[in-house]
Design a protein around this ligand. Structure first.
Ligand code: NDP
Length: 473
């Protein structure tokens, strides 16, 4: 074979990734289950670089130079297993299969272990940035063994986005680590979008601003601390007018948010690890609520607030609430990566994750530089909220943040993202939490025992008898 690398699965992502590789001078073997797509790619883009069109899987594998490297870009799930099986049957020990789809990290762990037994290197890699990123430089999050990264890494770094000359690609950690951080990236993306949607909704409901006026506010915000891809495209979407009706585009789109599942996976895993990712969870639940047509219809006549409290500085207050809530959501996502890294022995460098998300991906933002700096100063930082740069930003924003949450509550605009982030902030900073009462109740009804603040040991109070305290251990 003569091809440096191969791509199988030529829908939008695979096609653009193959073109990106070709643009960087690699000879790229291309393959797709439905062969016409392979022909289409080569016919439309032959001038961009060197493609080797292949028909059967055997031809595809044979076209690769040894040790072979094949990237899978197919619909995640059982299709990925089928394609892996098909490829592996034609491969030899030392060859490599790379899965660039949005696989669940536990599937990636299983696949890596199974292929290792057959001597085939398997790299599950997160790729973010949609079709545009795949073509011009995505953020790439490869897992797998360090050995696999040695030969694959330089190619992926080559085709990734660059920020200040630094590639948005690094070896994340063993087996499923890459797909894990891609999952958390998507979870953070959910919370980012929820917070942006709350900011828009609140300003529109409270101040009666039009989508066009709000587009200008978001454009303005994009010049400051909030500068990010998502804020930038929020301005574009809000400013867009529907050609057919002449109405704002946001007013003709059905208000039911859909999802493909990575947000849900993030929350499910967070529950298992015991990490409170309230920002991501509220975002997933808010999408669920938006799609619950039956209950929304049934609840339409529920009573709303009478009158409202004025908040004269609402526009800038909302900007600050958005920033503060975003800091919380990211802190929670990074906590989840830290917990998983410990659980699975991945040794994830959290500062590196902020670094490779600065470009190429959907959550790319100026803000990530600050996360990177925070972990550079203190790699063992227990929470981003406690790093000086963020604790100062939160101190500055908290007054506005509280006004926004109370304004939203008083006028009846739901802000689960802003509100839960503030509750998390206030929960973490509390000296004493009412969890002490919960422990008392648990001991009362279930003899679940408790610890004391003033002595070592495990205690139980005889609630049904003389209420004397007994030391259990
Ligand atoms: P799709 O997820 O729509 O998948 C379509 C591709 O999968 C086609 O090439 C199709 O082949 C192939 N396929 C499906 N089932 C099988 C099977 N059983 N055997 C062989 N091939 C099969 O394509 P996308 O380009 O949107 O995404 C590719 C991957 O990248 C997915 O895992 C997705 O989650 C991930 N991803 C997508 C992003 C995006 O913005 N779209 C962003 C980041 C990651 P055929 O033409 O024959 O039907």
């Amino acid at each position: 074979g003569t091809a440096d690398i191969g791509v199988t699965g030529l829908a939008v992502m695979g096609r653009n990734l193959a073109r990106n590789l070709a643009h960087h001078g690699y000879v790229v073997a291309v393959h797709n289950r439905t062969e016409s797509k392979t022909q289409e790619l080569v016919e439309n883009h032959a001038g961009e670089g060197a493609f080797v069109a292949t028909g059967t899987t055997a031809e595809f594998v044979a076209s690769l130079t040894k040790p072979r490297k094949a990237i899978i870009m197919v619909k995640a799930g059982p299709s990925t297993d089928a394609v892996i099986e098909d490829l592996a049957a034609h491969m030899e020990p030392g060859d490599m299969i790379v899965d660039g789809g949005n696989a669940l990290f536990t599937d990636t762990r299983r696949r890596e272990a199974a292929l290792k037994e057959r001597g085939i290197l398997f790299v599950g890699t997160g790729i973010s940035g949609g079709e545009e990123g795949a073509l011009n430089g995505p953020s790439i999050m490869p897992g797998g063994s360090p050995e696999a990264y040695k030969s694959l890494g330089p190619i992926l770094e080559d085709i990734s986005a660059k920020v200040d000359g630094v590639p948005c690609c690094t070896h994340v950690g063993a087996d499923g680590a890459g797909h894990f951080v891609k999952m958390v990236h998507n979870g953070i993306e959910y919370s980012d979008m929820q917070l942006i949607a709350e900011a828009y909704d609140l300003l529109r409901q409270a101040l009666g601003r039009t989508p066009g006026e709000l587009a200008e506010i978001f454009t303005e915000w994009n010049r400051g601390d909030l500068e990010s891809y998502l804020i930038e495209i929020t301005a574009e979407v809000l400013g867009h007018v529907d050609a057919e009706t002449g109405r704002p585009f946001v007013d003709v789109v059905a208000d039911r948010a859909e999802q493909k599942g990575t947000g849900r996976w993030t929350v499910q895993n967070a529950l298992e690890l015991g990490v409170p990712v309230t920002g991501i969870a509220e975002a997933v639940f808010a999408r669920g609520l938006s799609g619950d047509v039956t209950r929304r219809q049934a609840a339409r006549d529920l009573e709303g607030p009478i009158g409202s409290a004025p908040n004269y500085s609402l526009v800038d207050d909302v900007r600050q609430a958005l920033l503060a809530s975003k800091i919380v959501a990211y802190a929670q996502g990074f906590d989840q990566m830290a917990a998983a890294s410990k659980e699975f022995g991945w040794n994830i460098n959290l500062g590196d994750m902020a670094t490779i998300w600065r470009g190429g991906c959907i959550i790319r933002a100026r803000f990530l530089d600050r996360i990177r700096d925070a972990y550079a100063k203190d790699p063992g930082l227990p929470t981003l909220l406690a790093s000086p740069s963020f604790s100062e930003a939160l101190a500055e924003a908290q007054g506005a943040w509280r006004r926004v949450v109370s304004t939203a509550a008083s006028i009846g605009v739901p802000t689960p993202g802003f509100s839960s982030a503030l509750a998390y902030y206030d929960g973490l900073r509390r000296d004493r939490l009412p969890a002490a009462l919960i422990q008392g109740l648990r001991d009362y009804f279930g003899a679940h025992t408790y610890h004391r603040v003033d002595r070592e040991g495990v205690f139980h109070t005889d609630w049904s008898g003389d209420r004397a305290e007994h030391q259990e251990k």
